[in-house]
Design a binder for this molecule. Structure first.
Ligand SMILES: NC(=O)c1ccc[n+]([C@@H]2O[C@H](COP(=O)([O-])OP(=O)(O)OC[C@H]3O[C@@H](n4cnc5c(N)ncnc54)[C@H](OP(=O)(O)O)[C@@H]3O)[C@@H](O)[C@H]2O)c1
Length: 237
């Protein structure tokens, strides 16, 4: 079991994922720019989970004591906060669920970041950490809801380090009951992050809470032992 810090853990997404991680047996530290807000949020979550394995701390303290760190802050202000936390995040696996999304009269849309993504920006700002993208498409409402597991959804995981990605693929099972899906290299966060705008648009149109489930995929098949990312030769046909 790991100690997982959630940076921005007072928001709905951070709290919702923390709830799932804590139920999965992990020790969780909710981070905030204010220690006081973090402690309040952690007390509430601890009561809900019925366990003493939830704590609150200022973001830097939360990051420092953790094995795994989730970034759950808005894209606005993301770069400044991530750069500030670089020393505490060094040597750690950092998960980004950050979606750079805008809204205008026509609805939600993925921000045009050029040839990058929030997850890749985090990796650039954290050269001594290993960034993995995941949990972009799970709604905070579902995460904070009463369902035991979000077992109708898949967690798509992208990253350039096979070991870090495997840890996050396994962690996804605390949310959905099944391992996450290896979606490929970290640069695919450029496609995964804005895809959330499509889900939000569907939600508004149909008054639902849509998610991602990968068709034509057998979750019981485990991944072959992987070499460095990018060395696999695609099968012909
Ligand atoms: N909400 C969803 O359904 C959902 C679904 C998938 C992915 N996501 C992604 O998850 C992330 C968090 O979503 P959310 O809805 O929980 O966001 P949020 O409520 O807007 O923000 C989360 C927390 O981040 C901190 N924060 C806010 N502005 C900040 C800034 N400028 N700099 C540093 N910290 C700041 C705040 O905590 P303190 O004030 O306590 O520091 C806040 O409680 C976003 O990137 C979002 O795209 C959200």
């Amino acid at each position: 079991m790991s100690v997982i810090a959630v940076i921005g853990g007072t928001g709905p997404q951070g709290t919702g994922l923390a709830y799932r991680f804590a139920r999965g047996g992990h020790e969780v530290v909710l981070g905030s720019r204010s220690q006081e807000r973090a402690v309040v949020a952690a007390t509430e979550l601890g009561e809900r989970v019925g366990s003493a394995t939830v704590r609150g701390a200022a973001n830097d303290h939360a990051a420092k004591g953790a094995d795994l760190v989730l970034l759950a802050v808005p894209y606005d202000g993301h770069d400044a906060l991530v750069a500030e936390l670089a020393p505490q995040l060094a040597g750690k696996v950092v998960i980004s669920c950050v979606n750079p999304i805008g809204f205008d009269k026509r609805g939600p849309f993925g921000l045009d970041l050029g040839p990058t993504s929030a997850a890749e920006d985090a990796q650039r700002l954290l050269p001594d950490s290993t960034v993995v993208g995941a949990f972009h498409h799970l709604s905070a409402v579902s995460l904070n809801g009463d369902a035991d597991l979000l077992d109708h959804e898949d967690v798509l995981v992208c990253g350039d380090d096979a070991e870090a990605k495997a840890a996050v693929i396994e962690l996804a099972a605390t949310v959905t009951g099944r391992p996450g899906v290896d979606a490929g290299a970290l640069r695919l966060a450029r496609q995964l992050e804005p895809l959330t705008a499509v889900l939000i648009s569907i939600n508004k149109r149909y008054k639902v809470r849509s998610g991602i489930s990968v068709a034509g995929f057998d979750h019981s098949v485990s991944l072959p032992a992987s070499g460095p990312v990018g060395t696999t030769v695609p099968a012909a046909g």
